[in-house]
Design a binder for this molecule. Structure first.
Ligand code: ADP
Ligand code: ASP
Ligand code: MG
Length: 449
């Protein structure tokens, strides 16, 4: 293991000049930080995604001006900004050209190329800000080493290639300079830009941590750590000081936005602790996600994932049949859909799909082509706007009384589906979208307050 710390700053931590200066203070306070991974300034990725979906000329101009405004506000506080202003202007020109193309025909590859400009711009500005503070900072294009497949919008990195290229191109720079690079983006074999899915900068930081064999990955965001649930939903949520990889990974998978779902995979592979804290208030401390935790509690946290779709498939052919489920799953796999929860009965199967997923291209995966294929096999019912509430904990499936503690207080709600027992780390409930926050508040009150 090296002494390197990889530090990642999310959108709000690079939103404006004050936030960027706070983040710079965080970086400079720890000489072990050698690589800094940045998201786009808050709001920029959403604007770019909207442009990539195709806009009329007026709306296009309005959105590009909004992006220009966000970046210029930072730029205008920098002392020697001429060179970087030219670069930002060039990026804005690219954005204009690509947005015009998107208004004629959208494509996933074009979307990724367009949205990558958010991270490209925030890193350029941050390098300049550090240089104005006499830091030897170097801008590094992560696409040179973050090689991925060509699943635009949610590309998967090739870890072996990343490790090899990082050793060749990134590692040697760390002796002399502080490297500033982009989260979220990568490139496929033909060199075209890809993205790792919304919120993917956390994943980038962990992947670089793995490639550099870092001693820790620090995720700096707008809350001082991981809480028992989203503090925006439950202001009474409590900070978790230390949490195991598995529990935190379950939280991320089931929608705790604080970490991109894949973040902990590289961290687990190399046993790299991940710290989560607030760039606005370092003294508030944070959460350490690591291998060992003392006495993990029965109930750890609640996570919420919105926009879930429930597919119920009915067929009498399922009765005593073999291979029916395999056929269904083959169809889903061929449409790139991953299934979350499943319940089965004799003649029907219910599955939940995260149809929007976290892909950068916001189109739903539940296409008419998929429904047509499934309908050839069985009767298909689709229910949308559901939410998945996951209770994360330890030994949940073995403990007594879990059912009573959980369901006892949920009497006023319609629980559409339950998944319990497959993992001793979670109990999942599917509820109507409009009830979701109420369910989380009720459960949190009963289990954590
Ligand atoms: P960043 O831009 O820094 O990546 P995100 O918005 O992606 O930040 O993630 C931070 C947000 O995650 C917090 O503001 C909070 O609302 C939300 N969040 C969801 N679940 C949790 C949780 N269990 N603990 C803390 N924050 C959470
Ligand atoms: N900027 C990207 C997003 O908004 C990636 C990230 O913030 O992690 O999804
Ligand atoms: Mg995030």
């Amino acid at each position: 293991m090296s002494n390197i710390v990889v530090a990642k700053f999310g959108g709000t931590s690079v939103a404006d000049s004050a936030a960027m200066n706070n983040s710079a203070n965080v970086v400079l306070s720890n000489p072990e930080v050698k690589v800094v991974v940045l998201s786009a300034s808050a709001g920029v990725t959403n604007l770019l995604v909207a442009l990539a979906e195709g806009c009329n000329p007026d709306l296009r101009t309005e959105k590009i001006e909004q992006i220009r405004h966000i970046q210029y506000q930072i730029l205008n506080t920098l002392p020697d900004s001429e060179v970087v202003r030219e670069e930002i202007d060039r990026m804005l020109e690219n954005i204009t050209t690509l947005s015009e193309a998107a208004s004629l025909a959208t494509s996933a590859a074009l979307t990724d190329e367009l949205v990558s400009h958010g991270e490209l711009m925030s890193t350029l500005l941050f390098v300049e800000l550090l240089r104005s503070r006499n830091v030897n900072a170097e801008w590094f294009d992560v696409r040179n080493i973050m090689k991925t497949n060509d699943r635009f919008g949610k590309a998967e990195p090739d870890v072996q290639t990343l490790c090899a290229l990082s050793e060749q191109h990134l590692q040697p720079r760390l002796a002399n300079a502080l490297v500033i690079t982009q989260g979220f983006i990568g490139s496929e074999s033909r060199g075209r830009t890809t993205t790792l899915g919304r919120g993917g900068s956390d994943y980038t930081a962990a992947l670089l941590g793995e490639a550099l064999n870092a001693k820790r990955v620090d995720i700096w965001t707008d809350v001082p750590g991981i809480y028992t649930t989203d503090p925006r939903v439950v202001p009474n949520a409590k900070r978790i000081d230390e949490i195991g990889f598995e529990e935190a990974a379950e939280m991320a998978t089931f929608g705790a936005k604080i970490l991109h779902p894949a973040t902990l995979i590289p961290a687990v592979r190399r046993d790299i602790p991940v710290f989560v804290g607030s760039s606005k208030d370092v003294s508030a401390g944070g959460t350490l996600v690591c291998n060992k935790t003392s006495q993990p509690p029965l109930f750890r946290a609640l996570a919420l994932r919105r926009k879930q779709t429930l597919l119920t498939l009915h067929s009498l052919n399922m009765l005593h049949a073999r291979g029916f489920l395999a056929e269904i799953f083959n169809i889903l796999a061929s449409h790139n859909i991953s299934v979350d929860l499943i319940t089965t009965s004799e003649v029907s199967i219910a599955l939940t799909l995260d149809t929007a997923g976290s892909s950068t291209c916001g189109t739903s995966l539940l296409t008419s082509a998929l429904l047509t294929e499934l309908s050839a096999l069985c009767r298909v019912e689709v229910e949308e706007n559901l939410a998945l509430v996951a209770l994360i904990g330890n030994e949940l499936a073995k403990a007594r009384g879990v059912g009573k503690e959980v369901f006892g207080v949920l009497e006023p709600f319609n629980i559409r589906m339950i998944s319990y027992g497959a993992s001793s780390h979670n109990l999942c409930l599917l509820v109507p979208g409009e009830d979701a926050e109420h369910v989380v508040k009720t459960l949190h009150h009963n289990l954590f307050e």
